[in-house]
Design a binder for this molecule. Structure first.
Ligand SMILES: *Cc1c(COP(=O)(O)O)cnc(C)c1O
Length: 361
């Protein structure tokens, strides 16, 4: 079976070496030495100064909202993974969906201002598929209306924009290091801050909000991660450049094999160094998408409807807000298999099946 993704597993012996050391120390979690080493290495690799390794890519969204004291309404994108809007709901805020740009699939900044009300305090936008949001336009709007900006950068590990880490835009960015992402720690995530004055608060919020047994400062949560997860990160991090290069090969192969007279995909910014996180293709209709998906499944190839459904249409959202562009693309998009070690012959086969099922009837 060929799945949409396959978890990258490094050399087992290198990982076990860390496990033995952790065993000897008997120190398994709570800001341990392996975790601190991973944080230092990640800061170096990503070119950021303030980074907190946490339990997953969802709790960091919640901590980010809490840390910036965002309340009331949060402008957000309907075209993301459900964790983005669920984090807003779990922080007792109201997601206000603003439609996406049909070229980039990111939140359309031209539509943001019309959705701002006196209750709006923040913007939470996703760099979809690792492709940067219009960070400049969003910054202008945020300054004008005094809004905090959080980027869900779960897809954006290692992406640079105009020579700078994409994570250095907005007030806070969050990453996911889940096993399915470009860089992973099995489960994991990180908060990246551009505010040194928030250092202590972020540090405390991820670990129950108290310093020692005396000082209880914030309503913190358990957002910690363990030495074992950090160790997986330390083993994987030196391989990330090769992982991204291998993903680029798969990406380029699809680019050259698929029928672009009929299909299209998001326009990737020219100002970035990309990480080739996903390979989404948009079909002419949902009907064609289903036909292709069925044909692939018959050959044991499992693509993913990513993202579907458009988050604004979920029944549990407190407000139903129409986002026609996002709803339309969500119906027609599939993410194709993309991972290290996917053989060229399979990419060819997948492309052939897709191209053979594109006619409208
Ligand atoms: C994966 C993902 C998350 C959630 O990350 P977890 O580590 O699985 O909690 C959040 N947002 C987006 C856009 C994601 O792709």
């Amino acid at each position: 079976m060929i799945n949409v993704t396959k978890t990258f597993l490094p050399d087992q012996e290198k990982y076990l070496q860390y496990v033995r050391e952790i065993w000897e120390r008997g120190y398994l979690t709570n800001n341990g030495p392996v975790l601190q080493e991973l944080e230092a290495e990640l800061k170096k690799y990503l070119g950021v100064d303030h980074l907190y390794f946490c339990g997953n890519g969802t709790i960091v969204l919640q901590i980010a909202i809490k840390a910036l004291e965002i309340t009331g309404e949060v402008i957000t994108t309907p075209f993301s993974y459900v964790a983005t809007s669920n984090a807003i709901l779990w922080e007792n805020c109201t997601p206000v969906f603003v439609d996406i740009d049909a070229q980039t699939f990111n939140i359309n900044p031209a539509l943001i201002e019309a959705s701002i009300t006196p209750a709006t305090t923040g913007i939470l936008a996703t760099h979809v598929y690792g492709n940067p949001c219009d960070v400049e336009a969003i910054e202008v709007i945020a300054k004008k209306h005094n809004l905090k900006v959080i980027y869900d950068a779960a897809h954006a590990f290692g992406v640079t924009y105009k020579g700078k880490s994409l994570l250095s835009f907005g007030d806070l960015s969050t990453c996911s290091f889940h096993a399915t992402k470009v860089f992973h720690t099995i489960e994991g995530g990180a908060l990246i801050s551009n505010h040194p004055e928030l250092d202590r608060k972020l540090h405390l919020l991820r670990a129950f909000g108290h310093q020692g047994d005396e000082h209880y400062l914030y309503a913190g949560i358990n957002g910690k991660n363990s030495e074992f997860h950090a160790a997986m990160g330390l083993v994987n991090l030196p391989l990330v450049k090769d992982i991204i290069a291998a993903r680029k090969e798969v990406f380029d192969a699809y680019d050259s094999l698929l029928n672009w007279d009929v299909l299209y995909k998001p326009v990737i910014s020219k100002d970035i160094e990309y990480n080739y996180a996903y390979y989404p293709v948009v079909f002419p209709s949902e009907q064609v998408m289903f036909r292709v998906m069925d044909a692939l499944r018959e050959e044991d190839v499992i693509p993913r409807r990513y993202f579907y459904p458009s988050l604004n249409t979920l029944s549990f959202m407190p407000r139903q807000i129409a986002c026609p562009v996002s709803e339309d693309i969500a119906l027609r998009v599939l993410s194709l298999p993309l991972y290290v070690g996917l053989p060229y012959s399979d990419i060819e086969r997948i492309s052939r099946i897709i191209n053979a099922h594109l006619s409208p009837e």
